[in-house]
Design a protein around this ligand. Structure first.
Ligand SMILES: [Zn+2]
Length: 732
């Protein structure tokens, strides 16, 4: 990893029969690696690498760099910090950190070979040792090999490696050289095609291969037409081919050596990286992804873990976090409780975790960092029996990579807002959730979830629509928001929603405004009563005027006022304007087959992730879930700062409810980009109360923490927790 990459409303509705969905087994896609492989028995490990060449082009004569980078000392520290494995830095864009015949060696290493030191020391502790090796990083190596460099449409070099250039053969030699040291495997980083413009690649190799495949020339740039569609496919295929070839090469040299690629298929990344969520997560023995406030927000720690899991069903998932306060390479150390919150969150979501330490410039290891990491890792091991197990999801949040690409285009955050807002609403309201990806969606996968939510999934294939139809026909509950089903295959406008029949609606028009409003009847006789009074509230996000065909309309959608200046195009519409007149229903409820479809004409998910994130928008979404699925297996009431993760072990009839309390104090204004602040670090353990109500009788309830006060009355459990993490164990 380097720096460069950088619920108020009660739904009282006509009594419809709700159907239970049979829980299907998850798909299993494990590759040919024995169950004894190190990653099947690992909870926590570290990645250690130097600081000083991460930006590339470092001074090759600065012998202070890495002068103290010492394999024996790194192993000693990691073993004492209770690591299950170690990922050791072997190559970046500038140097090899070993005696290489192919690459220049970091200047301060002199005659020393830290990879050899690490291998020898790790062997004495039976510590699995993984080589960290980058693919994509500008620096000395790329400068010396312009023949491997990506080109823009004008033929200009753009500072990245092209995967069709012959670089693959060079990479094969590099990994072979490292593997010869006796590595247990590779963590291969930076298999991206860049994290923004300029995009590639238009080099002669790419042009030739593209024309051979598509019988026409490459598009002249980012054209968002059929040629560009081919270009996106070409880029995806290029990355996938490179990954598989490198994987196969390592396996041909040593079938027991593991390969994992650092993954960039999850939000906020999009097509520019060259990774489609599932297509590129499954090309190795397991996927590794990153998380951290620095690039992903605090809330998406759990989302990232579940995204990686959804992209590689049945396989272990590794998530990398960092010890630094801000990011990698910053030579600062987070407070213990901040580390614990992130680490234990990931473990609760079923991931195993790599803590990244970037040493000082000379290779110095921060003793305080290792002390804190050691305490956190010891806790991870002490709670080993509580990690893993099957999640108990209630809502499946649907991710459409096609919508990411063709609605999101060069502003993918516009699409991600709806997906991330859905996640945010469910986490804040403690509704267990999981993810469904368009690439690997099956009827069985959909049926794992009593409710499936499509957040602005605007572009859907015939196959997806057929599966959604089958899901609802069989008793599934579908929620649609935003423009779901309303755009053509390349994002073009359509006369009708592809989901019109299923949803019992007719599309009148999509609104250009995002500052859209809803209003519901002020009493509980109708399908919904939102606030006890007819009160219009902003639900910021994509909205459409819809008419009911077979659906039952509920509430009103109101368009915003537009000032004269706005109508004349002389004033922007970025800031919300108050509600004008009703233009259609807010919600449309359709009963079809054994199931139901609830269509929001608005986007309560987008609103929840937006800067105009009123609580009512979030509750509107979650009440839709509770209306469609009124009797969940368990209901959790806790503060919005608490994330709950529920797993089940049916063989032992045991539910585990992980509670993680986020407790960052208020932050002050930043020096720039006010008010876009980073959250403050967690220093203090919080105290909070969670109430869990079970649909079925329970036999016994215990808490891991002795400090937790547990009160039980029948099927109602009240836990007062005084820690970052506790796990409640429920025998049923
Ligand atoms: Zn190329």
């Amino acid at each position: 990893m380097t720096v460069g990459h950088v619920r108020c409303t009660r739904f009282i509705v006509v009594a419809w029969i709700s159907c239970c969905i049979a829980m299907a087994q998850p798909a299993h896609a494990a590759k040919g690696v024995p169950d004894s492989a190190w990653f099947h028995r690992s909870l926590v490990g570290m990645e250690v690498g130097p600081t000083g060449a991460q930006f590339g082009h470092s001074d090759p004569n600065d012998t202070r760099y890495c002068s103290q980078f010492n394999g024996r000392e790194i192993v000693r520290r990691c073993v004492s910090a209770h690591c299950d494995y170690l990922v050791i830095w072997a190559r970046d864009g500038d140097y090899a950190y070993y005696d290489s015949k192919l690459l220049p060696k970091a200047p301060g290493l002199g005659e020393r070979d830290p990879l050899r030191e690490t291998v020898d020391a790790a062997a004495r502790h039976r510590l699995p040792l993984i080589a960290y090796c980058v693919v994509q990083q500008g620096g000395h190596y790329l400068r010396e090999h312009p023949e491997f460099e990506m080109r823009d449409p004008a033929g200009k070099r753009i500072g990245r490696f092209c995967y069709n250039s012959g670089y693959l053969e060079a990479m094969k030699q590099i990994v072979a050289e490292q593997l010869a040291y006796g590595m247990a495997g590779f963590h291969i980083d930076m298999l991206d095609q860049g994290f923004g413009p300029p995009y590639g690649c238009w080099c002669e190799h790419c042009q030739e291969a593209f024309e051979a495949k598509y019988s026409h020339a490459m598009p002249t740039g980012v054209t968002w037409d059929e040629k560009w569609d081919h270009m996106l496919e070409f880029r995806y295929a290029t990355s996938a081919r490179f990954e598989r070839a490198l994987y196969d090469h390592v396996k041909s040299l040593n079938p027991h050596a593991t390969v994992d690629f650092n993954y960039h298929g999850n939000p906020p990344f999009s097509w520019e990286v060259g990774q489609r969520p599932m297509q590129h997560a499954g090309n190795a023995d397991f996927v590794t992804g990153e998380t951290g406030v620095w690039g992903f927000s605090a809330l998406t720690v759990g989302l990232n873990a579940e995204f990686y899991r959804a992209a590689t069903p049945g396989l272990p998932v590794q998530v990398a976090i960092q010890r630094g306060v801000r990011m990698y390479h910053d030579q600062t150390t987070r407070p213990l409780n901040d580390i614990r919150w992130e680490l234990l969150m990931l473990l609760a979501h079923g991931a195993f975790v790599t803590m990244v330490d970037k040493t000082g410039f000379d290779g110095w290891l921060d003793p305080v960092a290792y002390e804190r990491i050691g305490i956190a890792f010891k806790e991870a091991h002490a709670k080993k029996a509580y990690w893993g197990h099957e999640p108990v999801p209630e809502v499946g949040i649907y991710f459409s990579s096609r919508t990411r690409d063709w609605l999101g285009r060069e502003q993918p955050a516009d699409y991600f807002q709806s997906f991330q807002g859905a996640h945010k609403a469910l986490v804040y309201e403690h509704v267990p959730w999981g993810l469904v990806l368009d690439e690997n969606v099956t009827l069985e996968r959909l049926r794992r979830f009593p409710v499936v939510l499509l957040p602005n999934a605007a572009i859907l294939s015939d196959r997806e629509i057929s599966l959604l139809r089958g899901y609802v026909d069989g008793g599934g509950n579908l929620i649609l928001t935003g423009f779901s089903g309303m755009l053509g295959w390349r994002g073009e406008s359509q006369e009708e929603s592809a989901l019109a029949e299923l949803a019992g609606i007719r599309l009148v028009r999509r609104l250009a405004s995002l500052d859209n409003w809803v209003r519901f009847p002020g009493h509980s006789e109708g399908p919904t009563s939102v606030l006890g009074q007819a009160w219009p509230f902003l639900v910021k996000g994509p909205a459409a005027v819809l008419e009911a065909t077979s659906a039952q309309p509920v509430g009103e959608l109101l368009e915003p006022f537009r000032t004269i200046r706005q109508q004349e195009g002389r004033e922007g519409t970025d800031w919300p304007m108050s509600a004008d007149s009703p233009i259609g229903p807010a919600i449309l409820l359709n009963k079809i087959g054994k199931g139901r479809v609830l269509t929001f004409a608005c986007s309560p998910d987008y609103a929840t992730a937006s800067e105009h994130h009123i609580v009512e928008a979030r509750r509107l979404l979650v009440n839709a879930v509770r209306f469609l699925h009124p009797n969940p297996r368990l209901r959790i009431t806790a503060p919005t700062t608490v994330e709950a993760i529920v797993t089940d072990d049916p063989a032992e009839r045991t539910l585990r409810i992980h509670l993680l309390g986020y407790n960052a104090p208020p932050q002050t204004t930043p020096p720039k980009d006010r008010p876009h602040i980073l959250p403050r670090l967690i220093e203090d353990a919080p105290m909070y109360r969670a109430i869990i109500e079970f649909a079925e009788p329970i036999r016994r309830a215990t808490a891991f923490n002795k400090s937790t006060d547990l009160k039980r009355r029948g099927r109602r459990l009240q836990a007062t927790v005084q820690d970052i993490h506790d796990v409640l164990v429920i025998n049923y």
